[in-house]
Design a protein around this ligand. Structure first.
Ligand code: HEM
Length: 470
C-alpha cells in the first residue's frame, strides 16, 4: 500500500489557507538559471507542506513548462510531463476547447499571452508562480518584503507582475466562507482528499459523494480508475521519483462584469410597467447558479432562501430533482459537478462525475460593487486557481464538456450561464418547471479571461532536486 506523504506535498493541495487572510501571487521570469536554481533550493526550506504549519505565513511555488525549461530541464525530461501542461493553456486547440475567444482571446490577455500572438505587445513569459499567504496585513508586508528582497539579491529572477487578491474574508462572509463579486457565497463544495485525514469527518452518503482518491489530486497515487497517476521523471536515478507528490495547478485571471450581471437580472425580471422585481431578480440569480446567494442549495431550498441551509452541501440530484425543476440542469453548480445526475443509475453517475473533480483554491480581486450600482469602470473578478492531477480529464473536461457544451445533459444550444462563452448575440438559459419550461435569452458573457497558465506544483523533495541540477 502506498502511504500519503503530506510532508512532501505542497499545502495548497489540501488547504485553501483560509486562516491566511492576505495573499499575493508573484509571476516571475528566470533570467539566469544557476541563480534561479539556488533561489529555488533555499525556497524549498520555506515551503508550507500539506501537514502545515499554517500559523503566520505560508509559501508555495509552481512552474510553467517554459519555466522548467529555463531552469535546465531537457526536452526528453519535459516530454514526461502531461501534454496540456507542455502545450500550455494558449495552444490553439486548448484555446478553442476552453472557449477563450472574442474578448477572452489569449492575444488580449494582460499576462500569459502566447509569444507568437503579438509582435506589437511584447510578451514576458511567465516561468514561476510564487504564492504567498499571510495571516494579516502586517505579516504580509514583512513576508512580501523578505521574498522580493531575496529575489532581488539572488538576481536570477525577475518579478513580472504581482497579483493582489482582496483580503479574506472580504466585506461580507457567511461562516468561514467568502462571497464572490456577483454576491454568492463561494468555495462551499470541494472534494475531500482520501488519506488527507479530512475524510474522517464524513460518513455514508457524504463520504461517497465527496471523498476522492488521492491520485486525482496528487501524482503517484491510485486515482479514480485504481491506477497510479503517472508522474514526470528526470534523468538519473534520483530523478525517477521527481514528479511524485507533485500535481498540476491551473490559474485563470477571470474578470467579472458585475454591473452587467445585475442589469441583466433587472431587465429579465421587470414587470409589464417597467417596475423592478427584487424577489424575481434574486430567484433568477439563484437559478443561474443553483444556490441562493447565501449558499443555500436550490435542491434543498427550492422556493425561497433558507439561511439555515446556507453553505449546505449534503445533496445529490437524482432522488430529489431529476427533472431540474428545483436546480436547473444548466445551472453553474450542476454543470460544474452534476453529482449523481448524468446516468439513469445514480451510483454509476456519481462514480463517473467524480472522475472530473477539481480542488478550487482561487481568491477574489478588485473592489466590491453593490448589486444594481452603475459600473465604476474598475476591474474586479476571481483569480481562479484549481489543483488537479490530470488537466485534460479534470479542469479541461469540466470547462469543455460541461460548462461550454451547448448540448449538455439534453439541453440545446446553451452554455453555463455564469461563466460560459456566450455567442455575440447572447446565450439562452432554460429553467425547467411545470407545466412548461421557461427560457431566458440574450444572456451576455459575464466573465472574461484576462490571463492564465498551466503550472506544475512540485513536491518539496523535487524542488530540492531541481536546485542541484547543473
Ligand atoms: C468568476 C468566475 C466564477 C464564479 C463567480 C463562480 C462562482 C461559483 C459559485 C457561487 C459556486 C457555488 C458555491 C460553491 O459550491 O462553492 C461555484 C461552484 C463551483 N464552481 Fe464556480 N465560479 C466561477 C468560475 C468557475 C470555473 C472557471 C470553474 C471550472 C471550470 C468553476 C467550477 C465550480 C465547481 C466545480 C463548483 C462546485 C460545484 C459543486 O460541487 O456543487 N467555477 N462557483
Amino acid at each position: 500500500m502506498i502511504r500519503f506523504e503530506p510532508h512532501d506535498v505542497q499545502g495548497l493541495v489540501v488547504s485553501g489557507y483560509g486562516r491566511m487572510h492576505e495573499s499575493r501571487y508573484l509571476l516571475l521570469a528566470v533570467d539566469r538559471a544557476p541563480a534561479a536554481r539556488r533561489w529555488l533550493g533555499e525556497l524549498a526550506e520555506r515551503i508550507t507542506a500539506s501537514d502545515g504549519p499554517e500559523e503566520l505565513r505560508c509559501v508555495n511555488v509552481a512552474c510553467t513548462s517554459e519555466g522548467l525549461k529555463s531552469l535546465g530541464l531537457g526536452a526528453a525530461e519535459l516530454m514526461t510531463f502531461s501534454t496540456p501542461f507542455r502545450e500550455g493553456m494558449t495552444a490553439p486547440y486548448r484555446q478553442r476547447i476552453l472557449g477563450d475567444v472574442g474578448a477572452s482571446d489569449p492575444a488580449e490577455w494582460s499576462w500569459g499571452r502566447p509569444v507568437a500572438a503579438h509582435v506589437a505587445k511584447p510578451v514576458e513569459q511567465v516561468h514561476i508562480l510564487l504564492l504567498l499567504f499571510a495571516r494579516d496585513g502586517s505579516a504580509m508586508a514583512t513576508l512580501e518584503q523578505e521574498e522580493t528582497e531575496r529575489l532581488r539579491t539572488d538576481g536570477g529572477l525577475r518579478v513580472i507582475r504581482t497579483l493582489t487578491p482582496e483580503p479574506l474574508p472580504g466585506r461580507v462572509s457567511v461562516g468561514k466562507f467568502g462571497v464572490e463579486h456577483f454576491g454568492f457565497v463561494d468555495g462551499i463544495s470541494q472534494p475531500v482528499l482520501k488519506h488527507s485525514g479530512l475524510e474522517a469527518h464524513l460518513a455514508g452518503d457524504e463520504a461517497r459523494r465527496m471523498v476522492i482518491e488521492t491520485g486525482e489530486f496528487v501524482l503517484g497515487y491510485p486515482n479514480g480508475y485504481g491506477e497510479l497517476t503517472p508522474w514526470p521523471r528526470l534523468v538519473g536515478s534520483a530523478g525517477a521519483d521527481f514528479g511524485r507528490n507533485g500535481t498540476y495547478l491551473v490559474m485563470r485571471h477571470l474578470a467579472q462584469d458585475v454591473a452587467g450581471f445585475w442589469t441583466f437580472l433587472d431587465e429579465s425580471t421587470k414587470g409589464p410597467n417597467g417596475e423592478q422585481d427584487h424577489d424575481g431578480m434574486e430567484r433568477l440569480a439563484a437559478k443561474l447558479v443553483g444556490r441562493w446567494r447565501s449558499g443555500a442549495p436550490l435542491v434543498l431550498a427550492p422556493h425561497r432562501n433558507d439561511p439555515d441551509l446556507a453553505t449546505s452541501n449534503a445533496f445529490g440530484y437524482a432522488d430529489i430533482d431529476d427533472s431540474g425543476e428545483r436546480c436547473p440542469i444548466g445551472a453553474h453548480i450542476r454543470r460544474s459537478n452534476p453529482r449523481d445526475a448524468l446516468d439513469a443509475d445514480p451510483f454509476k453517475a456519481l462514480t463517473r462525475a467524480n472522475l472530473h473533480r477539481i480542488m478550487r483554491r482561487g481568491r477574489v480581486y478588485g473592489p466590491p460593487l453593490d448589486p444594481l450600482s452603475p459600473d465604476d469602470g474598475q476591474e474586479r473578478g476571481l483569480f481562479f486557481i484549481c489543483v488537479n492531477a490530470n488537466i485534460e480529464r479534470q479542469f479541461e473536461f469540466l470547462q469543455h464538456q460541461w460548462s461550454n457544451n451547448p448540448k449538455f445533459a439534453g439541453l440545446y444550444d446553451e452554455r453555463d450561464p455564469l461563466i460560459g462563452a456566450q455567442e455575440d448575440d447572447g446565450g439562452s438559459f432554460t429553467i425547467q418547471q411545470s407545466p412548461i419550461r421557461k427560457q431566458v435569452h440574450r444572456l451576455p458573457r459575464f466573465v472574461t479571461v484576462r490571463g492564465g497558465a498551466y503550472f506544475f506544483l512540485p513536491g518539496i523533495r523535487a524542488l530540492k532536486l531541481l536546485a542541484t541540477r547543473t
